[in-house]
Write a protein that binds this ligand. Structure first.
Ligand code: ZN
Length: 247
């Protein structure tokens, strides 16, 4: 299968937390000092971050639902097909038993706290650096007893550096793929990231600041990257796509 790199679109900005965010290490089975669900942290710095895989996974599943794609026959309840024109699989990738994998054209980087947010969060009086505890009073569905649980979360207002990279492989798809990426971000803004979404956690805003296009020629040593400033968040990004693609 030929996969030419026609160029790369680097989309940069910030993820702004509008409500507290909890992306847990729950699945790792960790338990720190009585907190049921610690947030995931960079082991080297101890700073909480947003894994790119969480953002990408959520973008994908929202697009699958928007396009009403088939998710049956898949243990992880995810749409995956071998159709190379499939709007979801060609952007987000697909693995198949027969080995006809479609590699992802979209890369979502892990998002780390901005320097400004680090300073602000560290100046808060909290039990753990950068985060707050929130006790949620859940009812045990069987015994009807109150079951208060403490969740660690990153407070509203925190900002993270955001970067996603789309690799152009097929001239005909570029505009539509970028539009679908923007749509996925719009859907995610009206959904939630991480856990406890139904309790109001995980509302995020994407502030897209610029898109940098690096052509194949640029990587081969000719020409320069084309940078386009974006205003107006995801909506502004979506509106700017025709111009961005035209170069
Ligand atoms: Zn598909």
């Amino acid at each position: 299968m030929e996969r030419p790199i026609l160029g790369k679109y680097i989309i940069k900005g910030k993820i702004i937390l509008e409500t507290g965010l909890r992306i847990g290490g729950q699945e790792l089975g960790v338990n720190i000092g009585g907190i049921d669900n610690p947030v995931i942290r960079n082991p080297l710095t101890g700073e909480p971050y947003i894994p790119g895989s969480s953002v990408k996974g959520k973008m994908r599943s929202l697009m699958e639902r928007l396009l009403n794609l088939d998710i049956s026959g898949n243990k992880v309840r995810r749409h995956e097909c071998e159709e190379r024109e499939c709007k979801v699989c060609r952007v987000f990738g697909s693995t198949s038993k027969e080995g006809n994998n479609i590699p992802s054209r979209l890369l979502v980087r892990d998002a780390f706290l901005t320097e400004d947010s680090k300073t602000k969060l560290l100046s808060m009086e909290t039990d753990l650096p950068y985060t707050e505890w929130k006790t949620e009073n859940a009812l045990d569905r069987v015994t009807c007893k109150a079951d208060p649980r403490s969740f660690e979360r990153i407070p509203a207002g925190a900002e993270f550096e955001f970067e996603i990279i789309y690799t152009a492989e097929n001239e005909k798809h570029i505009k539509e793929d970028l539009e679908n990426i923007a749509t996925a971000l719009e859907l995610l803004e009206d959904d939630y990231l991480g856990g406890n979404g139904s309790r109001g956690y995980g509302k995020v805003k994407f502030s897209i600041e610029k898109v940098i296009f690096k052509s194949a020629d640029y990587y081969k040593g000719e020409g320069t990257p084309v940078e386009k400033e974006v205003k107006g968040g995801v909506e502004g990004f979506k509106k700017a796509i025709p111009e961005i693609v035209k170069g």
